[in-house]
Design a protein around this ligand. Structure first.
Ligand code: NAP
Length: 229
């Protein structure tokens, strides 16, 4: 598929584009944009329209995390996180979905997290923003089931990327998340968790345990990581 890559760092985007063009022979265009800024999703949609680009698959992957107690967090940083992780996902979905529905084909993949399934102390706003992504995507999935457009949330657990450099048991690679995205696109349901262990944990913390117990257990396990951060 031809690609449009969007992130803030223009040099890194261009390096990725160069590699993808050389390795896969695809057309790759890039746009350096801070998606947490107000109006950025509309700017992206306008840029695509001006270039005559029809989007077949939208992957809302850009995201940021913030670790530490909410009482010690800068309010503006919490807001920026929610603007990127939740608002931009909803806005881009709303901007690009109508054309897909009109064409009766296309797909939207929203990257959530296993943190979406239960409250997560010390990454409270991150987990809450991902709970938004999960719930929003499940609802849009139901709205669009008969339209020919596939809408799905994919939730990675701990994954070895720049966002998560801590040593965590059962950590997976980004390639496994990409494979899960591809199988989620071929599937039918509204939400998929990457990996069996992560799926089991999401089920236990999100469905079996009451939220109070899940939050207390997570608080104990995340406290050390939050203090070290
Ligand atoms: N790593 C994990 O353990 C883990 C677990 C569960 C879910 N996830 C989710 O997986 C997704 C990808 O994260 P990752 O682990 O690959 O993190 P990452 O290595 O930090 O990559 C984040 C990507 O988002 C872009 N980005 C960040 N802020 C942006 C902004 N304001 N505007 C536009 N682009 C922005 C970054 O590029 P620039 O910095 O150039 O903007 C980068 O390409 C995120 O949604 C994350 O929440 C990750």
């Amino acid at each position: 598929m031809h690609l449009v890559l969007v992130a803030r760092d223009a040099a890194r985007l261009e390096a990725a584009a160069k590699r993808l063009r050389a390795e896969h022979g695809t057309q790759v265009s890039t746009l350096a944009l801070d998606l947490s800024h107000q109006g950025a999703p509309s700017q992206l949609a306008q840029w695509l329209a001006d270039a005559g680009t029809e989007v077949d698959v939208l992957v809302n992957n850009a995201g940021a995390s913030l670790m530490g107690p909410v009482a010690d967090s800068r309010p503006a940083r919490l807001r920026g996180l929610v603007d990127l992780n939740a608002d931009a996902v909803a806005e881009l979905t709303a901007l690009l979905l109508p054309a897909m529905v009109a064409r009766r084909r296309g797909a939207i993949v929203n990257i959530a997290s296993t943190g979406a399934y239960a409250p997560a102390p010390y990454v409270a706003a991150y987990a809450a923003s991902k709970a938004f992504v999960l719930s929003f995507t499940q609802a849009v999935w139901a709205e669009t089931r008969a339209t020919g457009v596939r809408v799905v949330a994919v939730s990675p657990g701990p994954t070895d990327t720049a966002m998560n450099t801590r040593r965590v048991p059962g950590k997976r690679g980004p390639g496994s998340v990409a494979d899960t995205v591809m199988s989620a696109l071929r599937g039918r349901g509204p939400a998929v968790v990457d990996g069996r262990l992560n799926t089991f944990q999401a089920f236990v913390f999100g469905r079996l345990l009451p939220a109070s117990a899940a939050a207390r257990i997570a608080e104990r396990s995340l406290r050390k990581a939050a203090l070290e951060d």
